[in-house]
Design a protein around this ligand. Sequence first.
Ligand code: UT7
Length: 328
Amino acid sequence: MKTIASITGVAAYVPDYVLTNQELEQTVDTTNEWILERCGISERRILKDPDKASAFMAAEAAKKLLAKKSISPLDIELIIVATVTPDHAYPATANIVSDMIGATNAWGFDVQAACSSFLSALHIASKFIESGTHKKILVIGSDKMSTIIDYTCRKTSILFGDGAGAVLVEPSTDGTGIIDTRMYADGSGKKHLYQAAGGSLIPASIESVTKKQHFMTMEGQPVFKLAVIKMADVAVEMMERNKLSADDIAYLTPHQANKRIIEATAKRMGISMEKVMLNIQRYGNTTSATIPLCLAEWESQLKKGDNLILTTVGAGFTWGGMYVKWGY
Ligand code: UT7
């Protein structure tokens, strides 16, 4: 059988500090009821230590994964880190992670496609495996979103959290693995969700800090509308392309941006919420970490051959879907 890429292990890391809706009620004009009803979030994790960031969380998830699989870090050939909050502009967070975990034989790079970073990175990794050039790749989604959120803004502070998840990607010849992927982008969506400063257009200055341009700017409504349509569209597209009925699907593994977006996707697919991996209530939107965090939490319930649809949507706009036949 043809060689395809398969996820052969998964692990996650979330920081200890729990930021509850009740704590947010003290700092911004919001209520626990509003956040629960409109977003489905109760709490999120925050990495409080100012000396630790995305690379630290990515390395913790990767170390857990390697220990679980009894694999030496020296066997890892490539590390791809999906992140919108890299430790530094450069070097790549992936290179910092390889140093932290002792993966000295691995090359690596970061992938940034907003909330679609993880699925983009996994798609890239699958191509290195399919081409036969690589046999062991770590794909890690890690974001310290708390560093780009304005905690006086009620529109964004309620949504995001910090965390990381890592998957091991290896070749498979038994028909399980990443079967099909479709990724999309529409850059005209930039005006609705962006971080203005810190890049080459608006480098850091006293003015950029005063104007809060290093924080996320989001218009929730247009992002919500796009997300509801595109995430459901791509999920249905994956089902049609691969001739999967609702009964064929074991789980939907969606990016966790808003519970209502996820429910709309499940409805369009014709599947019940029992088949949906949903942990937004405990972690909020961890951007690049949402999908591997779900996989890690559901790992013990997954069986070899289970059909999973992974879906993503985010700034750009970017969106996509992946059909995975679970490998173990
Ligand atoms: O991964 C991709 C990243 N982002 C997303 O996917 C986010 C997508 N968007 C959303 O999830 C939703 O649009 C939000 C959760 C951000 C907002 O929910 P909404 O149902 O679209 O609310 P809205 O923006 O239409 O605001 C409704 C009302 C407004 O009050 P008025 O103008 O009707 O009086 C807001 O000012 O709710 C108000 N509001 C809040 N009230 C209490 C907005 N944020 C809050 C808040 N607490 N935190």
